[in-house]
Design a protein around this ligand. Structure first.
Ligand code: EPU
Length: 432
């Protein structure tokens, strides 16, 4: 197992490129199950979650090949309808194979995803949507069993207590594109990753109106064909790199980013005193953090609100920004696993219900810390870049699930960050 050793050494400077979006490529891989023809997916990030999704598609019978860096070819000529526990339990996002299986085969047997460290993540809305389309749903032995033999288009309302559901909307869309009749989805999620998947489905022959809005009208077609699709840039990775520029007082340009996807982050960084120069034509954003910062309040919301997947990174930034900041999590009210680790580095943060109350301190001091989930890991890396002394981040397999060589990208910007075997850590730091 590897760890990251980080030494805070001042402003990061230079240009770095964001990879393709993890949360777009996962449903896009699943969408390949909707056709017997070959799909070519480009700009695929090199992530353990992506490789794992490839394994799930293979287990379902698809041929999955990485033909060159970033380019995958997927052909789901003949597929089965069972996604087993051994695979689904390892990655929650694998639930997004359910929609295409029901769409194409009219049935699916998919293991229920289990618990999750960032909070409760039920799939009731996914199932409610399928039931509205006339599917019979049963839960037996830990599996969701969907019988879609009488499936038909209908109205589906997908709003939940925390707003629309991203993967639930993706599942519903992937079922509806091959469902006879018209399906109208209200309160659909409109995250850029959902839009990207819809754009790929349209290339495959799907009829979807309202892409990018909360109201989608989908007219079912008999069959879909193959296509070539380039995955949208990862706005969360780009945002993490932007915060790296800000937290170190640096001057970082992030390329391969769509500035229109970054408005809520740009807004908060500017309010905080960080200069952001978005260039929508060249698809890049320059972040200059040379001025004193001031604290800002943040509330996470569905897109276009501030993304929950950048909340932990902003907590790290606010931890070293003078003043009082209240960061409220409206999507996953318990997603604060990074806070105790930031406290170990000297951050002054209290959790009150769904909010982190952060008093910015002058500096953090490096410490051995433990990654608990993907975005918490990123927050600890950012904190390490701003801290004095050495920070050792353990359990970085969480980071590798969703960041394409973050350590290499940060090193290219001048960070002192090294990946090494856990045995290289001072013995007293190693978590048993
Ligand atoms: N929810 C329900 N019922 C459902 C589905 C969701 O109550 O049937 C609730 C959830 O508990 C949560 C809220 O609705 O409170 C939003 O959940 P959503 O379904 O939108 O989340 P998701 O699709 O499971 C995706 C991303 C997450 C990201 C969220 C929110 C993927 C693979 N995952 O999850 O990404 O945080 O949307 O934007 O797209 C990450 O990348 O680190 C990550 C966790």
């Amino acid at each position: 197992m590897d760890v990251l050793r980080i030494e805070g050494n001042g402003p990061l400077k230079g240009t770095v490129s964001a990879s393709g979006a993890k949360n777009a490529v996962l449903p896009i891989f699943a969408a390949c199950l909707l056709t017997a023809e070959e799909c070519t997916i480009e700009n695929v990030p090199d992530l353990s979650d992506v490789r794992f999704m490839g394994e799930i598609l293979k287990a379902l019978g698809a041929s999955v090949k990485r033909v060159s860096p970033g380019v995958w070819k997927i052909k789901a000529e003949q597929i089965g309808h069972v996604a087993p526990y051994e695979l689904v339990r390892k990655m929650r996002a694998s639930i997004c194979v359910m929609g295409p299986l029901v769409g194409r085969l009219r049935r699916a047997r998919v293991s229920m995803p289990g618990g999750c460290v960032i909070g409760q993540r039920p799939i009731d809305l996914h199932l409610k949507g399928l039931a509205r389309l006339g599917c019979k749903i049963g839960i037996h032995g830990g599996y969701v069993e969907v019988d879609g033999s009488a499936i038909h288009g209908d109205y589906v309302f997908l709003g939940g207590r925390q707003g629309p559901t991203v993967t639930g909307s993706e599942n519903m869309i992937m079922t509806a594109v091959l469902t006879p009749g018209v399906t109208r989805i209200e309160s659909a999620a409109c995250e850029p990753e959902v839009q990207d998947m819809c754009e790929m489905l349209v290339k495959m022959g799907a009829k979807i109106e309202g892409i990018g809005s909360h109201y989608l009208k989908i007219t079912g077609v008999e069959a879909l064909g193959g296509c070539t699709h380039r995955v949208v840039p990862d706005r969360i990775e780009a945002g993490t790199l932007m915060v790296a520029g800000a937290i170190t007082g640096g001057d970082v340009t992030v390329e391969n980013v769509i500035p229109g996807h970054m408005r809520s982050l740009i807004d908060k960084l500017e309010e905080c005193g960080v200069t952001c120069e978005p260039d929508p034509v060249k698809q890049k954003i320059r972040v200059i953090g040379d001025k004193p910062r001031k604290s800002v309040d943040i509330v996470t919301l569905p897109h276009p609100g501030f993304p929950t997947d950048l909340q932990a990174q902003m907590c790290a930034l606010m931890a070293v920004t003078p003043g009082l900041s209240i960061v409220t999590e409206r999507i996953y009210p318990n997603r604060f696993m990074h806070v105790p680790e930031l406290q170990r580095m000297g951050a002054d943060i209290a959790i009150e219900g769904p909010s982190a109350i952060i008093h910015g301190v002058e500096g953090l001091s490096g410490a051995p810390v433990m990654a608990s989930d993907l975005r918490a890991s990123a927050a600890l890396v950012l904190a390490g870049l701003a801290a004095s002394g050495e920070t050792w981040v353990q359990r970085i397999y969480h980071l590798d699930r969703g960041y394409d060589r973050l350590d290499v990208k940060l090193r290219a910007l001048g960070a002192t960050i090294d990946r090494m075997p856990v045995e290289s850590m001072p013995v007293s730091y190693i978590d048993e």
